[in-house]
Write a protein that binds this ligand. Structure first.
Ligand code: 13P
Ligand code: SF4
Length: 302
């Protein structure tokens, strides 16, 4: 493993690349990250970095987001089929059809969508800024795609808006089991419950804090408490242990593994550097239109 990491580091400096890693990636991948974070943080940093090459260890929509925000850079996704099943639950044609029926609707798309969907959306959001974005936009009639659970979370917090929810969901977060979470709470009465807003409302109701993955890191570091029950993808516990090694974390429920997030290994990263694959290429009009929706998000959530 040490030799593999050394090869990666050498190629990284030869190619002047930066390695962006999502919080759900395997521990060995988190350990080689230049930037480790949630979707919002990684979008901001992808835009901000000056390196000409980005290796994105995450899933396809994240690498596409980096390409849209930095079209002149070479963006590589180490595993070709690391996708997000929730992102595939809505297409650009679905949105165009909906807009034909409801011409005055404002489309807010979660960043977990394809570049084509972003290109026909009015604004994007992430789990970290969804409530803020929906509160800040002027439009009252909103279509929120694709995550009905995040959309429902937003809807409850911004009741003044008329929000239509798409029927998408994260196949990982909906597996988090309420009875198991209740049992964990009983077994660890001192622990605070941190829940990702992709979870169903029955899980969100049991939370002490509902937040994005970076929000969880901040919450744990700022808290005087030492025990936490974590309701999200299980890789998050590696990330939290890295940041707060003296604190104790329990998974809210098992299994909560995102198969796609776990496809990337060190060998894939090395191959990605040597063969410069898999490069993200998107048509210019898609980049232009998707960029407008993403830049609007960054502008509204400063
Ligand atoms: P965040 O890390 O932005 O909270 O999102 C979680 C997620 O599901 C990414 O796929
Ligand atoms: Fe997609 Fe859910 Fe995996 Fe995130 S955790 S990449 S939303 S399937």
């Amino acid at each position: 493993m040490k030799a593999l990491i050394e090869k990666i580091q050498k190629l990284k400096s030869q190619k002047d690349a930066v390695i962006l890693v999502h919080n759900y990636q395997k521990k060995e991948i988190q350990d080689i990250a230049d930037i480790l974070g949630d979707s919002l943080d990684l979008s901001r940093k992808a835009k901000g970095t000056s390196n000409p090459m980005i290796i994105f260890c995450g899933v396809r929509f994240m690498a596409e987001t980096a390409k849209i925000l930095s079209p002149d850079k070479k963006v590589l996704l180490p595993v070709f089929d690391a996708g997000c099943p929730m992102a595939d639950m809505v297409t650009a044609n679905d949105i165009l059809d909906y807009k034909k029926e409801h011409p005055d609707v404002f489309v807010v798309s979660y960043v977990n969508t394809s570049a084509e969907v972003k290109a026909v959306s009015d604004i994007c959001c992430t789990s970290a800024n969804a409530v803020q974005i929906v509160k800040n936009i002027k439009a009252r009639k909103i279509l929120f795609v694709p995550d009905k659970n995040l959309g429902d979370f937003v809807k409850r917090r911004v009741p003044e808006k008329e929000i239509q929810l798409w029927d998408g969901y994260c196949i990982v977060h909906v597996r988090i089991n309420k009875e198991h979470l209740k049992k964990m709470k009983k077994e660890h009465p001192e622990a605070l419950v941190l829940v990702h807003p992709e979870c169903e409302s029955q899980i969100i109701e049991l939370a002490d804090e509902v937040t994005s993955t970076n929000g969880m890191v901040k919450f744990v570091k700022d808290s005087e408490k030492t025990e936490f029950i974590i309701a999200t993808e299980e890789g998050m516990i590696d990330r939290l242990k890295k940041e707060a090694p003296d604190k104790i974390f329990y998974p809210a429920s098992k299994p909560t593994l995102c198969r796609n997030m776990k496809k990337t290994g060190l060998e894939d990263v090395l191959r990605s550097f040597t063969c410069e694959q898999y490069e993200i290429n998107l048509p210019d009009p898609i980049i232009r239109n998707a960029q407008a929706a993403l830049n609007r998000m960054l502008e509204y959530s400063k």
